[in-house]
Design a protein around this ligand. Structure first.
Ligand code: ZN
Length: 349
């Protein structure tokens, strides 16, 4: 999904809209209209530069993260913790614009690669951990699909509802990225069944890959012990809550926090909804998060924060971590909304 966002916005960026924005002062206009008071940015994987990346902005490298933190401050945005975001929203303290960095799921590279960069900048980070990641029980289909396209050149898959199989080529880097996008879209739309079939056919073990990529409980404790870090909940199984019955969805929200607090020995006050988009969480889940006693809950709806969000603390928008300085300016100023609207994506008003 994140890759599709990027792919859709890329041609517009290439056509020079951002250059025009820079020259004409549209950044300032966009910042007035859509920039709001601040922005919550969302990371997932942070890897050493040079590692292959089929995921798009779901994975960024250490050099890019270092620059993002540097430029966020240089452009005049203060980097604050999630608790400070809440304080500013609730108290209406909007003297300066702010950015808050969050990271979801609980990857090992968040400790080994991302945290040293946050420490270098003295910048706070919120890490929302899915307990199925720590317990190695999560079905890590996105990691399995990555392994599949990186290690195979020809993939036979069965499109749901259609007879027979189709061939996906993954010989060149372009073909690998295209194959990943197609299979990723398929799993987002229909659930993980196509991935299960593929992993069986091609002998891919997503649990071994999860063990390679995910934090252990001990490592998560190390991250949680850092004074720069706030720990958030992120469910138990990483299922889309909207697709679950009331009881099951509530269990994901409540147990996701309880298990995390038990394993890490820290208080968990915030939630990030797994997947977080309109097909993953809505009014029912927002009410459940509030009832469960979370102080705030984060979606993946793309947008900046405005003063009105003090009345929507359980459905806060975020932005996918931007790509480069131009992307950062687009995100901070809200100009990204112009790009997304032009690419036909819904943007919260
Ligand atoms: Zn997640």
């Amino acid at each position: 999904m994140l890759r599709r966002l990027k792919a859709a916005a890329a041609p517009l960026v290439k056509r020079g809209l951002s250059d025009v924005a820079e020259i004409s002062g549209m950044y300032r206009l966009a910042a007035r209209r859509s920039g709001g008071v601040g922005v919550i940015l969302m990371l997932h994987r942070v890897v050493p530069a040079g590692r292959p990346n089929v995921y798009g902005r779901y994975m960024i490298d250490d050099v890019a993260l270092d620059r993002l933190l540097h430029h966020t401050r240089r452009l005049g945005w203060e980097i604050v913790s999630l608790d400070e975001v809440r304080r500013r929203l609730v108290e209406g303290d909007f003297r300066g614009r702010f950015a808050c960095f969050t990271s979801d799921d609980g990857y090992r590279d968040n400790l080994e690669v991302a945290l040293p960069i946050f420490r270098k900048h003295g910048a706070p980070l919120t890490l929302s951990i899915c307990t199925g990641v720590l317990d190695r029980s999560l079905f890590y289909w996105w990691g399995g699909l990555e392994e599949l396209v990186l290690t195979r050149e020809q993939i036979e898959y069965s499109p749901p509802g259609e007879p027979g199989t189709r061939t996906l080529w993954a010989r060149t880097w372009q073909e690998k990225c295209r194959a990943y996008d197609l299979l990723d879209d398929l799993c987002h739309a229909t659930g993980a069944a196509p991935a299960r079939d593929l992993f069986e056919r091609y002998n891919i073990d997503p649990y071994a890959l999860l063990d390679r990529d995910a934090l252990t409980v001990e490592q998560a404790r190390q991250v949680a012990a850092d004074p720069l870090v706030t720990i958030g909940a992120h469910g138990v199984t990483h299922e889309r809550l909207c697709r679950l019955g009331d009881e099951e969805a509530r269990r994901e929200i409540v147990d996701g926090r309880r298990l995390l607090e038990e394993r890490l020995g820290v208080a968990v006050r915030h939630l990030a909804y797994p997947f977080g988009n309109v097909d993953a969480c809505g009014p029912r889940e927002f009410a459940m998060a509030e009832e469960a006693g979370f102080e705030m809950a984060l979606t993946t709806r793309q947008g900046n924060l405005r003063p009105e969000h003090r009345d929507a603390l359980w459905s806060l928008p975020r932005r996918v971590v931007p790509d480069g300085l131009m992307g950062l300016r687009n995100a901070l100023s809200g100009f990204e909304d112009v790009l997304l609207r032009r690419a036909g994506f819904p943007v919260p008003e």
